[in-house]
Design a protein around this ligand. Structure first.
Ligand code: HEC
Length: 258
């Protein structure tokens, strides 16, 4: 028997085809047209910071090598490697973000900060005859965040902090809101592991969207932050007695409302 198209059936196909296409467009369009929301901006800034930190971490042996002078780790090289890590982790190419949007401006401010913090420390990184130079991911992240604050012109702040008793550098101490979130949310027994906490709060007299993203000590952190508590580590700080899996760091992002 030959298959003949029933006119009603082909109409139905057409109808549902059009319906499918229009509904697909209605899904896709807002994704392209809507500006990135606060949560995704904050998450992306944290991901880029992590990526930059990872570049320093994977080049640590090279940085610490007393026999090597020029390491070739210029600001542009570190940024390029960070962007590659970021792209793999997030699936987003930073160059595809509209640089005039708020999201684009902040991502560019952060990428500029990565270049600036690296270039400003070339003498340290390239010092010959010195092994451990103290140029470690935590220090680098703080320098990037300090530079970001200049570039982001009061639009945003990024900070890496920790529970109060673990903080080494006074500049990284949690503020009142951060302390509160650490105590009543992130350190709570039943807080879902890795889950961020975000809220809109008054900060420095302005309304801000703030997000706290928890990180936990890995085994690699414990040569400095582990046991025995009080023993001096390679950087000259007393170890905190931390254990693998403890809440050890929080990336805290503040986005001020215009
Ligand atoms: C080589 C030793 C060393 C290792 C390894 C290390 N840290 Fe640190 N960490 C430091 C030093 C030194 C500082 C202070 C940096 C500064 O001057 O801002 C610091 C600072 C920090 C801070 C910022 C708050 C503060 O205490 O000033 C956090 C958070 C942190 N480390 C977490 C970690 C985590 C998580 C790991 C593992 C992924 C890790 N650290 C690995 C030495 C280390």
């Amino acid at each position: 028997m030959s298959e003949r198209m029933d006119p009603a059936c082909s109409f139905n196909r057409l109808f549902f085809g059009v319906l499918l296409i229009t509904s697909l467009f209605s899904f896709i369009e807002p994704l392209q047209a809507e500006p990135a929301d606060d949560a995704s901006i904050a998450t992306n800034l944290a991901d880029m910071l992590r990526a930059a930190r990872q570049v320093i971490s994977s080049n640590q042996a090279r940085i610490n090598d007393p026999n090597l002078g020029d390491k070739g780790l210029t600001g542009q090289v570190v940024l390029q490697q960070a962007v590659e890590i970021f792209k793999k982790a997030t699936g987003t190419d930073p160059s595809s973000i509209d640089p005039t949007s708020r999201f684009g401006r902040l991502m560019h401010a952060q990428m500029d900060a990565i270049v600036e913090a690296t270039d400003a420390n070339q003498a340290t990184i390239n010092a010959k005859g010195v092994g451990f130079k103290g140029f470690i991911p935590a220090v680098f992240a703080r320098l990037v965040n300090e530079s970001f604050e200049n570039h982001a012109r009061n639009e945003a702040q990024i900070k890496v902090t920790a529970p109060e008793q673990l903080v080494r550098n006074r500049k990284s101490r949690p503020d009142q809101w951060e302390s509160e979130v650490i105590r009543v949310k992130l350190l709570r027994e039943d807080w879902p592991r890795g889950q961020a906490y975000a809220a809109e709060v008054e900060t420095k007299g302005r309304t801000a969207y703030r997000m706290m993203m928890p990180e936990y000590y890995a085994n690699s952190c414990l040569s400095c932050h582990g046991s025995p508590k009080g023993e001096t580590d390679v950087t000259g700080y007393p170890k905190e007695g931390g254990k693998e899996g403890d809440l050890g760091a929080i990336i805290s992002v503040t986005l001020f409302k215009q």
